[in-house]
Each structure stands twice: as C-alpha cells, then as structure tokens.
Design a protein around this ligand. Structure first.
Ligand code: CTP
Length: 396
C-alpha cells in the first residue's frame, strides 16, 4: 500500500520517523509531507532517509503540482502529529501550504490524524468543534492521550505512541471501511435521529438518553457519499454542516411521524435510528402541574405511532428500509423478528451487553442483519466508522 505521512510543527514530530519506520516494516511504501514548522522539529534528511523518498514540503518548488501527484499516489494519509493549526485549517477549508493543500485534495480515501497539543488548547471549544467536524467527514482520530506534556504539565494532549498510530493505520487499511462506498448521487435518503420528548405539562417531559450522534453520523456519511439527506431529529444540541443535509427538528414522536411519513415517498431509502418513545402521556397540561399535597402521582400513558412499522407498510420494492434494535436479551432472535414484522431490508442490532455501545458514547458495536439472512458484525468502532459500514452494507 502507498501511505503518505504528514507531519506538522509540534514537539511530537520527533516521533514521526519511528512511525514511518513501523509502516515500512509492515511492508508499505511511505512518502512524507511536512509543514515548514515541522522541519523545526525533525529534519528533511531524517524523513527522506527513513522513507527512502523525497520529502514534499514546498508548494512552489520549481512550479510542481506535487499535491496532485501525491494525492493520486497515496492510498491513505496519516497526519502525525496533527496540531490545532492543521486541524483548524482543514475544518475551515484552508489550503495555504504543502500539507494543507494535499489534505483538501485527498478526497474519497482514508485520512487518519493523531492530534498533539497543550491540554488547554485541546480543551478549547474551537478545537473540539473542529475535531467533531473532521470526524463527521469520516476522518479518524487516534488519541490524543493523557500524560506528561512538553510544557511540563500533565494532561490530555499527548500524541499517541507510533505503535498505536501504526496499528490504527493497518487496521483501517484492512477494514472494509477503507474501500470508498458506492456513490449515491441522485439519491435521496431519510434518517431519523435522537430522542423524542413527550410532554407532561408546560415544563416537564418524558425523554431518553439518546444523543443523536449515530443518526447524525449516518446523515453525514450518506451526504458524503453523494446523497441528499432529509434528517428528522428529536431534541439534540448537534448541528450539521453538510449542505446536502436538510435538517428538520421535531420534539415528539407524533411530530417525527408526521415529518417522516411526508418525506419517505420521495426517498430511495430510510434509516431510522431515532430512539422514539413508545408511549406518551394521554394528556398534556398547559400549565405546570402542582403537587397538591398528594403522596403519589399517576400518569396515564398511551401508545405512540410506530414510525418504522408505518414506513414498512408504505415501502415500495424499490425502496430500502433500515431499522435499529436495542436489545438486552435474545438479541438476534428479537432483531430478526422485528425485521420481519416491520417489513425491513436490514436491521442494525445494538446489544446493551457490549461495553462502549449505545447511548451517549462516541463508539458503537453493531450486527447488521439482512432480510436475505446475511450477518455482518463490526468490532468496536467510532460512530462515524459504524455509519460508513452501515451505508456500505445497505447500499451495495
Ligand atoms: N421506532 C419507530 N417508532 C416508534 C418506535 C420505534 O420508528 N414508535 C423505530 C426506531 O427508530 C428503531 C426501531 O423502531 O429503528 C426499533 O425500536 P424498538 O423500540 O427497539 O422496537 P419496538 O418495535 O418498539 O419493540 P420493543 O419495544 O418491543 O423492543
């Protein structure tokens, strides 16, 4: 495989030659691209010697268009260390030097970044926002880790060790995620995401812990693959930046039902990842309910419409319908039953037994079960990676 290692100007740049050495030892061809500041920390001679190839660092050297030839040559780009500066540039679409230009040109192929910076810089909301943006585009982050930093303090911001970064590179190269997914241009997909809130009175509701992260990752992955996306989401603080995603914010299951059933007939497919409340209070008081001195309180609940089952009834043979199932026991049998009962093409099973999977966390581990009996089990992956795996499976 052809791997480009990008190096930016942080003290951890001194570890980049070791990463290059490990990747070469694993049998890959490596070329390096460095920023001007990186060369304050690690020399051109070192990088050219360990990689065995000329270093790319000057955008204007003899009028070359090296960023174009390198992006064609490279099958993967790994930036280690990735400073707050390069992360911010890519998130903002800035290309003002050799590496940032290469990063923007390197589309449709896997990119990994190993951030490294001071702990306060790492915690800055601008950096965190940029990291989320890049993750949303499918860029995989390795680290940073907590430990002693170059500035003498202990905290989050240390670059992961070269061995850890090399392992992430190799696992991505060998994963089905590294193959670019089929282009979905000219297709429209519906995604539901997040929780629903069911009002009790003017200040209270019944809700759940769903963050919306899985649904937003699915919407981003579909949009990155070229599809127009109608994202119907319950209450969440998440935002989308992709211009092909049309977001509709709703609150209750009934509002989500109305939005989803309206757009589904215009869609090629739908992925319903929302954690919809099965029940709602039969009445919603228009004022704040008072205690009235009573010991207990009884809420009468009535069933909400099942959006997924309704879309299953509406579905034409040309449409693809994907549901989620969160199960605690008899996982596979229950998921299979749901798939048949709701007329789905695929069901994505989340098991609550898996650590790191489910609500609120950034990772997930799923089994994708197809109507044709196919089973695809994922390892523990970021929600972005799980989204790519789901999209690749249900659209191939
Ligand atoms: N779902 C939906 N509308 C509902 C309830 C669920 O669209 N009113 C969708 C979810 O978005 C998810 C799937 O149905 O894709 C699974 O929901 P789940 O609550 O696990 O399944 P239920 O059919 O409600 O079955 P049970 O509660 O018995 O597990």
């Amino acid at each position: 495989m052809h791997i480009v290692v990008g190096i930016t100007g942080g003290i951890a740049a001194y570890k980049a030659p070791e990463l290059v050495r490990l990747l070469k030892k694993a049998g890959h061809e490596v070329r390096c691209a460095a920023t001007e500041h990186a060369l304050e920390f690690v020399t051109r001679v070192t990088l050219e010697t360990v990689s065995g190839a000329p270093l790319y660092s000057d955008l204007f050297a003899s009028g070359r268009t090296e960023h174009i030839s390198l992006k064609d040559w490279g099958e993967m780009l790994v930036v280690a260390p990735a400073t707050a500066n390069i992360i911010g540039k890519v998130a903002s679409g800035i290309a003002d030097d050799a590496l940032s230009t290469l990063l923007l040109a390197f589309s449709g192929k896997p990119v990994i970044m190993a951030p490294a910076m001071n702990c306060e810089m790492w915690a800055h909301p601008a950096v965190q926002r940029n990291i989320e943006t890049l993750k949303g585009w499918g860029i995989r982050m390795v680290g940073p880790e907590s430990g002693e930093l170059a500035c003498g303090v202990n905290g989050m911001g240390r670059m992961s060790e070269p061995e850890t970064i090399a392992a992430a590179v190799l696992s991505t190269l060998h994963s089905p995620l590294s193959t670019p997914h089929s282009p979905l241009s000219a297709q429209k997909w519906l995604v539901t995401a997040g929780p629903t809130y069911e009002r009790i009175d003017s200040v209270r509701f019944i809700g759940n812990y769903s963050s919306g992260k899985m649904g937003f990752a699915l919407a981003e992955a579909l949009a990155n693959a070229g599809a127009e996306v109608e994202l119907v989401t319950g209450p969440t603080h998440l935002n989308v930046t992709h211009q092909r995603i049309n977001i509709r914010r709703v609150e209750s299951a009934r509002e989500m039902y109305a939005a989803a059933t309206e757009v589904f007939p215009k869609c090629n497919g739908a992925i319903l990842s929302a954690a919809v409340a099965d029940y709602r209070p039969s009445e919603c008081a228009d004022h704040k309910l008072k205690k009235n001195g009573s010991e207990g309180m009884h809420l009468n609940l009535v069933q909400n419409p099942d959006i997924l089952a309704t879309l299953g009834d509406m579905k034409t043979p040309a449409q693809t319908l994907v549901g989620f199932a969160l199960e605690t026991d008899n996982e596979e049998a229950n998921a299979q039953r749901k798939l048949e009962k709701k007329n789905l093409d695929y069901i994505v099973l989340n098991s609550l037994r898996d650590k790191g999977a489910g609500f609120g966390v950034d990772t997930n581990k799923v089994t994708i079960i197809g109507r044709d009996g196919s089973h695809k089990e994922s390892p523990l992956l970021s929600k972005q990676e799980v989204a790519h795996l789901i999209i690749n499976t249900v659209t191939s």
